[in-house]
Design a protein around this ligand. Structure first.
Ligand code: PGA
Length: 240
């Protein structure tokens, strides 16, 4: 793992954004795995600014999001579909056909998982952007997820639901399940970029980097991959 410690969130965002912009320059038709949550917001803002300055284009790129809540329509303000359009897609020149987000609408979630998984197999990712949950999850692969797991319908842990309650009016409104890429899908990406900010991430970052490689710490699976960059600010690096 290549671990980069930066001063603060702004530097984290520009460092991660520069890496993605560099890939868009060197390979305009790249395949990008994208993440939601608070942490990538600054990275997306950086990319939007570079696009508005005429320095990058997503016209040829394809994107594949990690996960999506079940039980929220795509139009819901907390759906990850909505998040991605609000924070990135509507500001740049990506083609709608090139945007891929797990679909959790309808009754047949297994078919939705299988078709997203088939898409991922058909389209290897050049770079997968990841946040990390305070419990060590990546995507919504919660502790206990096997490392060979492919796209699946998962139950969110209570700690994840509590972490995400801040986006909803009450805990009852936080979805209980989601469709997520599995750890196996994530490990298939050619390169992985994980970003983490703040004291609340210090323990999981230390466990990911220095603890045992264990299904109880899903992000530790990344140590099995040859090309992983971790960018953390000083607070998230406090226990390294
Ligand atoms: P956060 O979420 O960026 O909102 O902390 C990270 C995650 O759960 O993967």
């Amino acid at each position: 793992m290549n671990v980069i410690i930066v001063n603060d969130y702004a530097e984290l965002s520009s460092t991660a954004g520069r890496m993605i912009a560099g890939l868009l320059h060197s390979k305009p038709a790249c395949t990008l795995g994208l993440a939601t949550g608070s942490t990538p917001l600054g990275t997306y803002q950086y990319l939007v600014q570079r696009y508005q300055a005429g320095e990058i284009s997503l016209r040829e790129a394809q994107t594949f999001n990690l996960d999506e809540y079940c039980g929220l329509p795509r139009s819901h303000p907390q759906s990850y579909y909505h998040f991605m359009y609000q924070n990135l897609f509507r500001h740049v020149d990506i083609r709608p056909d090139n945007i891929h987000i797990p679909c959790t609408e309808g009754d047949d979630l297994q078919t939705q998982c299988d078709s997203y998984n088939a898409l991922l197999h058909a389209t290897p990712l050049d770079l997968q952007l990841l946040g990390i949950g305070s419990n060590g999850h990546i995507g919504f692969c919660e502790p206990g997820t096997p490392f060979d797991q492919e796209t699946f319908h998962t139950r969110l842990s209570e700690s994840t639901r509590q972490d995400n309650q801040r986006f909803f009016a009450s805990l009852d409104e936080v979805p209980t399940t989601a469709i997520t890429m599995g750890i196996s899908n994530i490990l298939q990406a050619r390169s992985i970029l994980l970003i983490a900010s703040g004291k609340g991430k210090a323990q999981c970052i230390a466990d990911m980097i220095k603890g045992p490689i264990s299904e109880q710490m899903p992000a530790s699976a990344l140590r099995l991959h040859a090309d992983v960059t971790v960018i953390v600010d000083r607070d998230a690096a406090a226990l390294l």
